[in-house]
Design a protein around this ligand. Structure first.
Ligand SMILES: Nc1ncnc2c1ncn2[C@@H]1O[C@H](COP(=O)(O)OP(=O)(O)O)[C@@H](O)[C@H]1O
Ligand SMILES: [Mg+2]
Length: 224
């Protein structure tokens, strides 16, 4: 059964390979929108709520080398279903602007283009997990995975938290397929995707992104 969500808010997702700068930019954009009086909710996948965060720790734990591609896919779908039900749908129904660090396109890019799972299985799972919720805009921070991985590994080395590096440890060829997958998705849906050059500086990317996003968010959601 699919539940149709009445989407009064605005849903923006951030996508791209490891280390392209998603988390950096989404935090800056969230602060920027809040400063402009936009009611903003910042969340991430996998995770975003306590149950989905538990699933996240399984998915990103580098010790879980034996996790099968199909089990991995279904864990993502389970985490997404919970996250939509608990966080995303209520926020959209309340007229908020929801910013989500990775969403359903990541599953297509990683599990289909990266792992080679049949696209129709992924599309079916996404259809049910998303429960009618669809991003209004998807920001694709595009960069060469070699550059992204260099940045991501430096960030992991500097961090004191859990080493969420199961994907960083994949071979370069995997990440190249993921990048190509994202670019294909963007080419298939240019009205939804905003492709940004992630090799630029943090400030340059933010300057372009903040201007473009603010101009696309509906006027009535900007009023304080
Ligand atoms: N445009 C950029 N240029 C240089 N370093 C960056 C840029 N964007 C992010 N970084 C740095 O690279 C690392 C990875 O960035 P992050 O935003 O965590 O990437 P992602 O969330 O896409 O994996 C962080 O240490 C961050 O400070
Ligand atoms: Mg990140």
């Amino acid at each position: 059964m699919r539940i149709r969500v009445i989407q009064l808010g605005y849903f923006i997702t951030f996508e791209g390979v490891e280390g392209c700068g998603k988390t950096t930019q989404i935090k800056l954009i969230s602060e920027f929108l809040l400063a402009h009086g936009v009611h903003t909710v910042l969340t991430r996948e996998p995770g975003g709520c306590p149950i989905a965060d538990k699933i996240r720790s399984i998915l990103l734990d580098a010790d879980n080398k034996a996790l099968s591609p199909l089990a991995e896919l279904m864990l993502y779908a389970a985490a997404r279903a919970q996250h939509i039900t608990e966080i995303i749908s209520p926020a959209l129904t309340a007229g908020k602007v929801v910013l989500c660090d990775r969403f359903s396109d990541a599953t297509v890019a990683y599990q289909s283009f990266g792992r080679g799972i049949d696209r129709s299985i992924i599309d079916t799972l996404n259809l049910h997990a998303c429960q009618g919720v669809k991003p209004n805009i998807t920001v694709l921070v595009d960069c060469d995975p070699r550059l992204g991985l260099e940045r991501a590994i430096r960030r992991i080395e500097a961090s004191t938290g859990p080493r969420e590096e199961r994907f960083e440890l994949e071979v370069l060829d995997f990440h190249q397929r993921v990048r190509a997958g994202y670019l294909q998705l963007a080419a298939d849906d240019p009205a939804r995707f905003m492709v940004i050059d992630g090799s630029k500086t943090i400030e340059e990317i933010f300057s372009v992104l903040s201007r473009q996003l603010l101009s696309r968010i509906p006027e009535d959601l900007r009023a304080v």
